[in-house]
Structures are given as structure tokens and as C-alpha cells.
Design a protein around this ligand. Structure first.
Ligand SMILES: Cc1cc2nc3c(=O)[nH]c(=O)nc-3n(C[C@H](O)[C@H](O)[C@H](O)COP(=O)(O)OP(=O)(O)OC[C@H]3O[C@@H](n4cnc5c(N)ncnc54)[C@H](O)[C@@H]3O)c2cc1C
Length: 491
């Protein structure tokens, strides 16, 4: 089956537009191609699909109205936060209505005594920490995209971040949700306490990628900053030695909050942009952070240095000031953005392996790259075993895209073969839905599908995502000539 056969046919487009305008007003319903084009991609920049309409609600009631209109016209709805997702989760493979949550971005209530806050889904992740940090608090899940991505997108993708190793992923920090279901009803899931009676529908919703409903409020947990922080860089001749140090540091009993890998090709891209002092000839740099009471930091630093040196680190540095610490983090968090220096396009992967397999899988990734004649940059959450092999390429060079796709599949298969999985944090979306059968049996997938249908019997909420479909993401790969915004677009 071809995607073109499945493309939505809207019987009465004018009636649909007018009904949406009755709900959200004419200024927040977008139909002009020049507006729609901004919603054609998410951060996964090789798949593109134009929505039929975009609507931007400002309240839960408006979301209810939009859902009821879509249901009446039998048109799919795709919620969208900031569009930084990397698995094609917020695009519209068969068309439909994008519900942009960007205007629902208020922090509604902060309760520092109980360390919780209630926020709208469009609020930007970093804005939450900015709002509470004066009192010594922060919101823990911190994706590298935290200055752009929304809490709603984080909830949908169960996003992780550079401090996942110590603090966990989004699901560990969401207490309650308000969600509009496919029939237009509003449900309250969870609450403000540590546990809520009944089935754990917050747990079911976090990570469901917008396939169960549209989240309109999120009750989150806030955390208190610890007394001190120690940030170190280990400089290694090879990525395997850096990977071995990750395993050794964790085995030593020190509980780092972050263990981030930056390999040689990444340093090549990021150092000329950020000037963090990362050596261009290192095989890999490990960024290590430990937080806690001041007394434990100095001994931890000694142990970390000894373990890194045992794995042939040629240098181990400790940030001497807050500025230096920020510089190291700017290099890590700015890495994807700097990849434009290497090639006009990149394909960023997200897989996870048991941590003990890191040295072996790094070796395999490099071998796959060599066999397929491509380069791979590795910048990733090593402490979690969460890999991000990033393949820079030129979509215009004949045959290059096909080689990239082949290598990509081989990398994912290698991770699954060592007991890993096909996504560590970016979600499945439309990019990897057809790989779900690599890790789930028929009965497992059917149980998940039945759950989805019990929320959304007509399958109008973000269809063609997460579950295997008759069509693949390859069909949405951009085949037309490049134009502004299609290539050379870096987030
Ligand atoms: C440079 C860069 C670095 C990144 N680093 C990380 C990282 O370290 N860790 C990580 O986990 N991810 C990372 N990401 C991926 C991305 O930022 C996250 O997946 C993020 O959570 C997406 O948020 P968003 O608001 O952009 O969501 P979108 O891309 O807009 O949407 C993502 C999914 O959420 C759904 N959705 C959005 N809002 C709602 C809602 N209100 N209700 C229901 N469903 C909704 C959409 O339908 C879609 O399925 C990175 C991306 C980039 C570009």
C-alpha cells in the first residue's frame, strides 16, 4: 500500500474550517500553505508531510471543541508542542489537523512547600526551572533541547536528559495530568500526591506519544538543588576506553548525576563553535558530573580521576568555576546544533543497550560505519547506555541516503541483538513504528493496540504512530528538490 492511497480526503473542507474558527476564532486557524509549511517537519528532518490545517488553542475548553469538530468530520488530530521531536511523532503522514499547544504555556501554580507545580503543556521545559530556581528548586528532566521543547512533548515522549542517570525520565516527575480524550471528555489522571488510587493511567499516558489524547495540564514534581556540584572532563585516546570508564565509575559506587560521551567527530564539529577547550585529537571526551554535600565531592573527584587514568585517560580536568562548568555543558548541549559544520544533513539515532555492552557496541557502530562508507559522530548519555549515533550526510549526493538508511538499520539491529532496544528517549513516532515487532511479540503489540482503541476507537489521535503500519517512514522521505527549510535547517 502507498501513502498516497491513505491520504485523507476531507469531504467538506470549508465546513471544517468554519467549525474550527467557531471554536478558536479565525486568527488561530491556519490554512494557507505558507503557514502550514512550518508544521511539515519536526526535528527528524528527513520526513515531511503537510497538514491540512493547524489550530492553536488557548484553553482546555477550546481543545475539547476542536476534538469534537475533528470527530464529527472524522479527521485525525496530531498534538504538537515545539516540534523538536526526533522520531516524526508530530508530523501528519496522512494529513489531518495539527493542534499546536504552543500558546498554552502558562505556569498555573507553584507550590514550593510540597515541591509541585501545575503547568500547561506548551510551557518550555527550561522555563519551569527558570521560574523556581531562585528558591533553589529545579525541574529534573533536562533534554539537551530543554530551551526549546515543551513539557507536553516531554510527557508524550517520556523524555530523558543529561541528568537521567540520577533523577530518572519524565515519568518519574509527573504526578498528574489533565487530558482531553477522543470523544471530547476531559479526564483527570493521578493527582498532586506521590501516589493515587486506581489504575496508573498517568504511567500509561506518559510515553504514549499523543496516541491516547491531548494533554492540557501537567502536575510536575520539583526538586531541591544539592549543596555542591563537581564537573569533570576525562580525555581518552579511544571511545572504547571512555566507555569502559563509564562502567568502572558506576561500578565503584559513586553515583554520578551525568556521564556524557562526546567523541572525536563531535569535538571536531562543536569545538570551533563553542571553544570549550576540548582537544581535537582526543578519541573521546567523557563529561562527568557529581552532586551532593561538599564533603563527598573531593574524594569522588579523586576516585573518578584514578578510574579514568586506569583506562588510559591522558588528561582529567575539573571545572574550576561556574563559567568553566557552563562551557563544558554548552559543548555537550550544543553538539547537535554544531553538526551543520560536518554536512548539510544528519540522521540522529536513539537506541539503548545494557551499560556493560557499551564498549562492544561502540566497536560495532564504528565497524558498521566503515562497512557502509559513512561517518558516525557519537554524543550520548553513556551512563544510561543510551546511544545517539549521528550520521552526517549529504542528501543530494547520489546513493548516500540509501547507505545511511542501511547503516542505521544495522546499528539498531546490533543494539537489539545485545539485549538493547530501539529507543532510549526520543520515542517511536513514524520513524520506527515498523521496528516495534523486533522487540514485541504479536500478543504484546495487540495488548497495546487494544489499550489504544479503548481510548480512541476511531483511531483519530495521532494515527500511524508507534504501532506497525502498512507503510514506512521511507515513503515520507523527502524526494523533491531541496528548498529553503528542507535542508540545511539546524535546530
Ligand atoms: C537538539 C535536540 C536535542 C534533543 N535532546 C534530547 C534529549 O536529551 N532527551 C530527549 O528525550 N529528547 C531530546 N530531543 C528530542 C525532543 O526534544 C524531545 O522528544 C521533546 O520531548 C519533544 O518535545 P516537543 O515539545 O518539541 O514535542 P513535539 O516534537 O512537538 O511532539 C513530540 C510528540 O509529543 C506529542 N505531543 C506534544 N504535545 C502534546 C500534548 N499536549 N498532548 C499529547 N501529545 C503531545 C506529539 O504528538 C508528538 O508525538 C532533542 C531534540 C533536539 C532537536
Amino acid at each position: 500500500m502507498q501513502l498516497a492511497d491513505l491520504r485523507l480526503r476531507i469531504d467538506d473542507r470549508n465546513a471544517l474550517v468554519h467549525a474550527l474558527q467557531d471554536v478558536a476564532g479565525p486568527d488561530r486557524v491556519f490554512t494557507h500553505p505558507a503557514d502550514l509549511i512550518a508544521y511539515e517537519y519536526d526535528g527528524c528532518n528527513f520526513m515531511a508531510a503537510l497538514p491540512d490545517l493547524v489550530v492553536s488553542p488557548v484553553s482546555t475548553d477550546e481543545v475539547v471543541g476542536i476534538v469534537k469538530v475533528a470527530r464529527r468530520h472524522h479527521v485525525p488530530l496530531i498534538a504538537r508542542g515545539s516540534g523538536t521531536g526526533l522520531s516524526g511523532g508530530a508530523i501528519t503522514p496522512i494529513g489531518g489537523i495539527i493542534v499546536s499547544m504552543a500558546k498554552m504555556k502558562r505556569i498555573l501554580h507553584v507550590d514550593l512547600d510540597n515541591r509541585t507545580a501545575i503547568v500547561e503543556p506548551g510551557v518550555i521545559n527550561l522555563d519551569v526551572t527558570n521560574a523556581v530556581q531562585a528558591g533553589g528548586y529545579f525541574y529534573a528532566p533536562d533534554p539537551s533541547s530543554q530551551s526549546a521543547c515543551s513539557i507536553g512533548g516531554n510527557v508524550a515522549n517520556n523524555s530523558g536528559g543529561v541528568h537521567t542517570l540520577a533523577f530518572g525520565v519524565t515519568t518519574n516527575h509527573v504526578l498528574g495530568l489533565e487530558m482531553v480524550l477522543a470523544d471530547g471528555s476531559i479526564v483527570q489522571l493521578g493527582g498532586r500526591g506521590a501516589d493515587a488510587p486506581g489504575l496508573d493511567l498517568v504511567g500509561v499516558t506518559v510515553g504514549s506519544e499523543g496516541t491516547l489524547g491531548i494533554v492540557t495540564k501537567v502536575t510536575i514534581r520539583l526538586m531541591r538543588r544539592r549543596e555542591g556540584v563537581l564537573t569533570m572532563l576525562g580525555i581518552f585516546p579511544t571511545i572504547e576506553q571512555a566507555s569502559q570508564s563509564v562502567a568502572d565509575i558506576i561500578a565503584s559506587g559513586i553515583g554520578p548525576t551525568s556521564l556524557e560521551m562526546i567523541d572525536r567527530l563531535t569535538v571536531e564539529a562543536v569545538e570551533p563553535a563553542i571553544h570549550a577547550g576540548l582537544p581535537l585529537d582526543a578519541g573521546a571526551v567523557l563529561l562527568i558530573e557529581v552532586e551532593g554535600v561538599r564533603e563527598i565531592l573531593a574524594p569522588s573527584a579523586g576516585t573518578i580521576e584514578a578510574l579514568c587514568r586506569r583506562n588510559s585517560a591522558r588528561d582529567v580536568r575539573t571545572a574550576r568555576s561556574e563559567e568553566e562548568r557552563h562551557l563544558y555543558w554548552a559543548a555537550r548541549k550544543g553538539a547537535f546544533g554544531a553538526m551543520g559544520r560536518l554536512a548539510p544533513n544528519y540522521y540522529l539515532h536513539d537506541a539503548v543497550v545494557p551499560r556493560s555492552q557499551l564498549p562492544a557496541i561502540m566497536h560495532q557502530v564504528m565497524e558498521i560505519a566503515r562497512r557502509n562508507g559513512i561517518r558516525v559522530a557519537n554524543v550520548f548519555h553513556a551512563g544510561d547506555g543510551n546511544l545517539h549515533p549521528l550520521i552526517p550526510y549529504d542528501a543530494e549526493a547520489p546513493g548516500e541516503t540509501a547507505r545511511v538508511m542501511k547503516a542505521s538499520e544495522e546499528i539498531l539491529a546490533a543494539c537489539v541483538a545485545v539485549g538493547g532496544s530501539i529507543s532510549g528517549e526520543h520515542g517511536i513516532g513514524f520513524e520506527k513504528n515498523n521496528y516495534m515487532s523486533w522487540i514485541f511479540g504479536d500478543a504484546d503489540l495487540e495488548a497495546q493496540r487494544r489499550l489504544k482503541r479503548s481510548y480512541d476507537p476511531d483511531e483519530l489521535m495521532n494515527p500511524f504512530k508507534v504501532f506497525p503500519t502498512p507503510v514506512s517512514c521511507g515513503e515520507l522521505m523527502v524526494r523533491r528538490p531541496p528548498r529553503l527549510g528542507a535542508t540545511g535547517l539546524w535546530i
